[in-house]
Write a protein that binds this ligand. Structure first.
Ligand code: HEC
Ligand code: HEC
Length: 153
């Protein structure tokens, strides 16, 4: 009986997992402030611990900007990202410098998105999650919650 209920719960919750990716409850305010000012404060599970570490090590010259973080905030952010990082094997290589948008997992999830949308002026870049996912700031990535008509297929 217990197993049946568990199987039912798992069955119901699995499809919802991938499109709900809110920031973890223990997200430090420093992460939202320091890493959410130029772009979305990305969900930590979308890069591996090693790739986050490489990202943090290169903040002084971060995609053409200086995104350095000082002192205590730097340690707090590093510990947070390590704690919630995704599995390197499942994500696939993120390139150098690491990009969420270069991982095999990202490509796989977006394989049905027509090419013209990536360069659409409303989107501009693949890293602009909110350009397509209007609920991204709240962690909502459902295909039923997209910002642009016709985006899906
Ligand atoms: C001063 C602005 C700025 C700040 C602050 C900043 N970033 Fe960025 N970040 C950028 C830019 C610009 C890009 C490149 C976006 C693009 O390709 O469209 C980027 C891209 C990224 C990417 C790769 C996105 C992709 O393509 O998958 C990651 C990961 C990232 N930032 C993490 C962080 C983290 C972690 C912090 C906080 C320590 C941070 N950023 C703070 C400007 C910033
Ligand atoms: C050009 C538009 C576009 C951009 C930019 C974009 N996405 Fe998506 N994304 C989509 C579409 C469309 C889907 C639905 C794909 C499908 O169901 O075939 C999707 C699906 C997803 C899914 C899977 C949801 C599920 O139901 O499993 C996740 C997670 C996701 N996106 C995260 C992101 C993140 C994080 C970013 C930014 C780093 C991003 N997306 C940028 C269009 C975009």
């Amino acid at each position: 009986m217990k197993t049946a209920i568990l199987a039912l719960l798992l069955g119901l919750s699995l499809p919802a997992l991938a499109d709900r990716m809110p920031l973890p409850a223990d997200t430090p305010a420093s992460y939202k402030a320091e890493c959410g000012s130029c772009h979305l404060a990305f969900p930590p599970a979308l890069l591996s611990a090693g790739d986050w570490q490489r990202t943090l090590a290169g903040l002084k010259s971060h995609f053409g900007t200086d995104a350095s973080v000082e002192g205590r905030n730097s340690q707090e952010i590093a510990a947070f990202l390590r704690r919630h990082a995704g599995d390197a094997g499942r994500l696939g290589s993120a390139g150098d410098p690491p990009r969420i948008t270069q991982t095999a997992r990202f490509s796989h999830k977006h394989r049905e998105v027509p090419a013209r949308f990536w360069s659409d002026p409303r989107v501009k870049t693949a890293a602009n999650c909110e350009g397509c996912h209007r609920g991204a700031a709240e962690g909502r990535y459902s295909e039923h919650d997209l910002a642009i008509p016709g985006l899906h297929g």
